[in-house]
Design a protein. Structure first.
Length: 465
């Protein structure tokens, strides 16, 4: 069946309410919202994906779908190949990009990305990858226009008549359900959320020194080092998501709910986009806090603009990503469209680059993602050696952090973020990680300050709920 967007008539109830609509289904299995906020040019549209008809999850030795579960030997069968087989050809002739499979790839999937080299990794508590296939997708573009796509006539609890589905979907029954859930949240007795993992400066300093030694030996040029922060309490993840996108609107925000796992992301960074034949990556390298006064804010922005260290970090990653893209792109098509841009967010300024190329038509979309995975901006360079150093020094899995959240479309298009500024919720625990790149001229105290600045939005939101 050819996927197709159908435009919704203007509705005072529905317009600008995609997030509220998502909330009423946020507890359902597979409910996913890709929310594009902020004013930058990458904020183009949001997708609400509901009522999955199928799913797949990947563990180190098993592959599970809605129909079956089987074991595999990762030394003989690469899990990327299992994903590619499950998602299918992705060659629908439609020019319209409509999410077909939505989900995430953990950082540890990067251990399997390289054809001839298997990397050691710490096994995460979450699946290595998890995707669902929604049957109802609603899109809202930047102008506020809404569209929908229905893949199956029989949706759970809704009319078989597709002409009436959306009217039911927006009915008072659903709005009352939403209001009821909001009331339950407001009146529920909540336990105080506590940060139960303390940031240990001494421990971080030891790892910082170890990286400096590797850099001085010429093994590496840059390593991304991160620290975990664990929260405990009673959570309502979608409430945290709403507060986070209000406080820090970002282009690549996402909410996903899978079984006993929920993800909340307010990522400002695109990992990789495929739109037709065009590929695009937007690595972020360089972060500084916003100022309290206009004068201080301007001075801090100028400090980031003129930072030789941040410019050098970005240049290293640009070279790495140009090389990654060249493996899946037509010869001579990889271009740095914008070498260094400064983007403004609520609490920070980010420096990023925009690199584009033309994809080889012979390469499957899953293989394109695999070839460039994980993002070089969150490993370091050289990539494989940096990942080995991360394994040795961090000594625990990253899981969702610095993995990717996004979707594959039936026409072969896809869009994935870098899962930074991201929380993963399991039972009564929430995990976030924050980090930054270490190079030869990095200063310990400045790196610690950058970690805390990057985490400031999440820290403040977790205090409020």
């Amino acid at each position: 069946m050819k996927d197709k967007w159908v435009k919704l008539p203007p509705s005072g109830v529905f317009k600008n309410a995609l997030c509220d609509l998502a909330e009423s289904y946020s507890g359902d299995f597979g409910s996913s919202l890709f929310y594009s906020g902020g004013e930058v040019d990458s904020s183009q549209g949001s997708y609400l994906c509901l009522f999955p008809s199928d799913f797949f999850s990947v563990s180190p030795t098993s592959f599970k779908t809605s129909q079956k579960e089987f074991s595999y030997d990762p030394l003989k069968v690469n899990p990327w190949e299992l994903i590619k087989e499950k998602v299918g050809d992705l060659n629908n002739p439609s020019k319209e990009t409509i999410p077909l499979w939505v989900g995430y790839l953990s950082y540890e999937m990067g251990a399997y990305s390289h054809l001839y080299k298997f990397l050691s990794y710490h096994t995460p508590s979450v699946p290595l990858a998890y995707f669902v296939q929604p049957t109802l997708i609603i899109k809202q573009n930047k102008e506020g226009d809404c569209f929908y796509c229905i893949r199956h006539k029989n949706l759970p609890g809704l009319s078989k008549d597709s002409q009436n589905i959306l009217s039911q979907f927006l009915s008072e029954r659903n709005l009352r359900c939403l209001m009821k859930k909001k009331a339950e949240i407001e009146t529920k007795n909540k336990e105080e959320i506590k940060l139960t993992s303390k940031f240990c400066r001494l421990n971080y300093a030891d790892k910082f020194s170890a990286i400096k030694k590797l850099l001085s030996q010429g093994d590496l040029y840059q390593v991304n080092l991160s620290e975990p922060f664990i929260f405990e309490g009673t959570f309502y993840p979608f409430e945290i998501f709403k507060k986070l996108i209000h406080r820090n609107p970002s282009s690549f925000s996402a909410y996903l709910n899978f079984d006993s796992l929920s993800l909340v992301s307010s990522s400002p960074e695109r990992f990789v986009l495929k739109n037709g034949e065009q590929l695009e990556v937007r690595p972020v390298k360089g972060t500084i806090k916003r100022g309290v006064t206009l004068e201080e804010d301007k001075a801090l922005k100028e400090e980031l603009i003129s930072s030789k260290k941040d410019q050098a970090e970005l240049l290293m990653i640009i070279d790495l990503l140009r090389n990654d893209l060249s493996k899946v792109s037509l010869p001579g098509s990889v271009k740095v469209n914008e070498f260094r841009r400064i983007e403004s967010y609520e609490n920070v300024y980010h420096a990023l680059s925009i690199i584009q190329s033309k994809a080889k038509s012979s390469i499957h979309p899953v293989d394109i993602v695999r070839e460039v995975y994980p993002g070089g901006s969150i490993t370091g360079c050289p990539k494989i050696r940096s990942m080995q150093a991360i394994y040795d020094l961090e000594k625990c899995p990253r899981g969702i952090y610095t993995g990717s959240i996004g979707y594959f479309s039936s026409n072969g298009d896809f869009d994935f973020n870098i899962a930074i500024r991201t929380l993963s919720f399991e039972k009564e625990k929430a995990l976030a990680r924050f980090g930054g790149a270490i190079v030869m001229d990095s200063i310990l105290e400045k790196e610690i300050e950058e970690i805390l600045v990057k985490g400031s939005s999440i820290f403040s939101v977790m205090k409020e709920v």
